[in-house]
Design a protein around this ligand. Sequence first.
Ligand SMILES: *[C@@H]1O[C@H](CO)[C@@H](O)[C@H](O)[C@H]1NC(C)=O
Ligand SMILES: *[C@@H]1O[C@H](CO)[C@@H](O)[C@H](O)[C@H]1NC(C)=O
Ligand SMILES: *[C@@H]1O[C@H](CO)[C@@H](O)[C@H](O)[C@H]1NC(C)=O
Length: 369
Amino acid sequence: MGGAALPGPARLCALWAALLALLPGGARGDWMWLGVAPFGAPEKLGCAALPLSGRQQELCRRKPHLLPSIGEGARLGIQECRSQFRHERWNCLLAAAAAAPAPVPAPGAGPLFGYELSSGTKETAFIYAVMAAGLVHSVTRSCSAGNMTECSCDTTLQNGGSASEGWHWGGCSDDVQYGMWFSRKFLDFPIRNTTGKESKVLLAMNLHNNEAGRQAVAKLMSVDCRCHGVSGSCAVKTCWKTMSSFEKIGRLLKDKYENSIQISDKIQRKMRRRDKDQRRIPIRKDDLLYVNKSPNYCVEDKKLGIPGTRGRECNRTSQGAGGCNLLCCGRGYNTHVVRHVERCECKFIWCCYVRCRRCESMTDVHTCK
Ligand SMILES: *[C@@H]1O[C@H](CO)[C@@H](O)[C@H](O)[C@H]1NC(C)=O
Ligand SMILES: *[C@@H]1O[C@H](CO)[C@@H](O)[C@H](O)[C@H]1NC(C)=O
Ligand SMILES: *[C@@H]1O[C@H](CO)[C@@H](O)[C@H](O)[C@H]1NC(C)=O
């Protein structure tokens, strides 16, 4: 089903319990599993039981108190990816969920996002960016909450401001610097001497997109103020810097995804645009980059783990992404009538209960052929 997220919790629980036993440690990208059960409370499992790479294991052992933030960062990223793409042909479905009808995905199926994590497409770019941003966001929130010794609110601002304009810095300003540092340390693997140009350019692309995600958090920092003064006169204001909601960051990254830049698969000293006519336009650090064109995601491809859009719920009247036209790739749609029963016309009866009627309504639901 279209927007419906994951299969039933009980089923997933069993699935993940089995996966926990099977997952290979160390495969790159696997840390994203920390955003889903049973890694949901990673601090309870301890570093060694988690799907982390060697470097991440070491960082985890040195800073175990960061585990809840790492899990929360992964959860934020996954949730935002699902939300931003819920109406698209590629709906950021997790590999485990796509494979759910099968008993248990093979451990070789490794990464949480399946094919998209390594395809080098725009979808890969978005996943890396949103996950890196999630980590910055959650670590920074934890810093501001005073949960960490190595970071806190932004103290450089204290006592600053402008008395003449009637405001000063106060309260707790979010300081993203530590979160940015940690996200880099945890996610950015150095580009080693890998074999093959393909993997080298993919690594460079992933690193760039990680940073683009972090830049989105930094760029959307804003200032909140509170008024003081007699009866709301706002004679004095206290202001602090705050991160945007993660939804807003997700929206910016979705926008970057839609305007992402294809780069050449021949890596020279640095990455270049594939389009020769545009090579002079510099690549900015907050641009999302991809190497390979995406599949159209219309039809099922078992080998790549692409479910296709058949059976997805679509909107008959919309001409946009979730509309039946685009989502069903021109194959048309089926219409079912769904009956809803709900309590309605509720009245409060003295004293003390509520009496309701049962109302039935019919709605048309359209699903792609
Ligand atoms: C800070 O720590 C407390 C207690 O461990 C926890 O309940 C809370 O969720 C944490 N807050 C953040 C933002 O990490
Ligand atoms: C990278 O690989 C090349 C050729 O395969 C080799 O000559 C070079 O020494 C390697 N560099 C490093 C840092 O390992
Ligand atoms: C379908 O799309 C139309 C037009 O974009 C929109 O107004 C409507 O709310 C959508 N319906 C649902 C159920 O999302």
